[in-house]
Design a protein around this ligand. Structure first.
Ligand code: NAG
Ligand code: NAG
Ligand code: NAG
Ligand code: NAG
Ligand code: NAG
Length: 503
């Protein structure tokens, strides 16, 4: 039964039949290089009371993945729903190299502002151009110190307050992008390897009034399987925990501001991170530690699954469809590759808040991190099985600057050169020189240490996953779909032949 005549009349006046009288909002919180170091993800070595409290009001995703393990590409993918090879943000956005999304891309903030939703960003933006990623309210590294807008939680709290005080009756989308727990030792060693000294008074940087530093010792941390268990790495992780503690307290302050303004109960709150933690096998890798992300989705309207853990395989490419769904905004059909219509390959996560979905497949696509770090990879993961295609597998894997100079990696290099035990689950030679196809089954090999690509028992799985990956690459107009292996694989991908003949 449709709305009655009275209702139609009132609808025309915009008064009735809307499901709710008050606008619905979205708060998206993104950590910078954050991982699973929280009570919400069963790490009992670190105290994260605010994340844990948010998790009790969220569906907690155990199998959430970024499609790309690099800051700007991940943020651009998250904010467009398009993988890096489709939105154009191939690598880091900053400085003269200036990777940027294509000018025709319709990003989430663009679509939201066209739908009369007020948008705000506080913290690290690291995407562009401005015409693709416009925000009505913006306090970012583009015009302020990223240490202030991304790590000074008092400043962040006051900016959230300002955003809320200056709001009108429109719904809002507020994106709080912490710079914590990103390292800062490579560029600003005076603040400590993880910026953990920033704001504690002793470093001469002044205090952050709302921050009570939580200090950890090397013996306190849980060493993840992909980090060498050495004194150097433990000290590194202890410093990381301190910055996670600052972000956690910041999250508490941000949520308190929404509560104080009376809007928290109308707001979908999402917490995640852009890529894996800055340790070997983590950020810039498409292995599990590089792409697995925390993901909490808290809807005041979907309380049935609060505090539950979802096993569904979901992607950060799903966040744009999720936010559009929350605001009931359709994704427009438009072209950015000649006349080809572009469609999102992600899906809204809102149905998962009602019942556990059977979703099992996620994709990955990486081309650069720093401008010098060209190492294209594509991946598909189906349940516990992950396939990684290293397109230029004969090149050594490039190690990013920030990971390279960090104590954990320096210690690993030193130990390798000295022939000492590394305490690591891999060796550097195989880390630099990878196979063309890597196939791992985490159900039998949780550390992804045994490549099964050449194992005849996995031949059928390999074939299925390769076909699935190629299909997604075609669907998302991946310029790398036929390069460089397409030449070798014309039998498998006959579609590549005309592309090569054009040359
Ligand atoms: C934490 O551990 C409990 C008990 O083993 C488990 O049920 C839950 O799924 C775990 N949570 C996450 C996010 O992995
Ligand atoms: C940064 O830009 C915003 C508006 O986009 C403005 O309100 C703010 O004052 C600017 N900050 C500085 C330090 O100029
Ligand atoms: C953090 O921000 C607050 C509010 O703007 C300011 O009072 C304080 O000095 C800042 N702390 C540091 C260390 O810059
Ligand atoms: C919050 O919203 C839910 C669903 O919209 C509603 O059932 C509940 O009563 C609200 N709680 C408060 C404190 O307003
Ligand atoms: C690695 O070795 C160099 C040269 O001996 C030394 O200066 C540096 O402190 C070592 N780094 C670590 C983390 O052990």
């Amino acid at each position: 039964m449709g709305p009655g005549p009275v209702c139609w009349a009132l609808l025309a006046l915009g008064l009735c039949c809307a499901h709710r009288a008050r606008p619905r909002h979205v708060l998206l919180i993104v950590a910078d290089d954050g991982g699973f170091e929280s009570g919400a993800y069963n790490n009992s070595a670190i105290a994260t009371p605010h994340l844990d409290a948010l998790a009790r009001r969220s569906l907690v995703f155990r199998n959430a993945f970024t499609s790309v393990s690099s800051c700007s590409p991940s943020r651009a993918s998250l904010l467009t729903g398009l993988p890096q090879h489709q939105n154009g943000m191939y690598g880091l956005h900053q400085d003269v190299h200036h990777f940027s999304s294509f000018p025709g891309v319709r990003s989430l903030p663009l679509l939201l502002s066209q739908a009369a939703i007020r948008t705000g960003i506080i913290g690290k933006k690291h995407v562009g151009p401005e015409t693709v990623f416009p925000f009505d309210f913006a306090h970012t590294e583009e015009n302020e110190s990223v240490l202030q807008v991304g790590r000074n939680i008092t400043r962040i709290k006051l900016l959230v307050r300002k955003f809320l005080q200056t709001r009108d009756d429109r719904p809002f989308f507020l994106y709080v992008a912490f710079h914590d727990p990103h390292r800062c030792g490579h560029s600003q060693p005076q603040y400590g390897p993880f910026c953990e000294k920033f704001g504690n008074g002793e470093s001469g940087m002044g205090r952050i009034p709302d921050w009570t530093p939580q200090i950890y010792g090397p013996q306190d941390v849980q060493v993840p399987y992909f980090v060498p268990d050495t004194p150097a790495a433990r000290a590194d992780l202890a410093a990381q925990y301190t910055t996670i503690g600052r972000m956690d307290q910041g999250i508490g302050l941000v949520l308190q501001e929404l509560q104080g303004a009376g809007v928290l109960n109308d707001t979908l709150v999402i917490f995640t991170s852009d890529n894996g933690i800055p340790f070997p096998s983590g950020r810039t890798n498409l292995y599990w530690p590089g792409v697995a992300e925390p993901l909490l989705v808290s809807s005041p309207e979907h309380r049935k699954r609060w505090g539950q853990v979802s096993e569904a395989y979901v992607s950060l490419l799903d966040l744009t469809p999720t936010v559009l769904d929350w605001f009931s905004i359709p994704y427009p059909r438009y072209a950015i590759f000649g006349s080809k219509p572009v469609q999102l390959t992600g899906r809204s996560l809102l149905p998962a808040l009602e019942a556990e979905p059977p979703w099992a497949t996620v994709f990955g696509s990486q081309s650069h991190h720093e401008v010098t770090m060209f190492y294209p990879m594509r991946s598909v993961q189906r349940g516990d099985v992950r396939l990684v295609h290293n397109l230029h597998f004969k090149m050594p894997f490039p190690i990013d600057q920030d990971v390279y100079v960090a104590p954990t990696f320096q210690d690993l290099l030193n130990r390798t050169v000295a022939g000492q035990p590394t305490g690591w689950y891999k060796d550097l030679h195989h880390y630099y020189y990878r196979e063309r196809w890597e196939l791992y089954d985490r159900s039998r090999d949780p550390r992804e240490a045994r490549n099964l690509a050449a194992d005849p028992r996995y031949a059928q799985v390999l074939g299925l996953l390769r076909a699935q990956l190629a299909k997604w690459q075609w669907e998302t107009h991946d310029p790398w779909v036929c390069a460089p292996d397409g030449v070798l694989e014309e039998k498998l991908w006959p579609q590549c032949r005309p592309l090569h003949n054009e040359l």
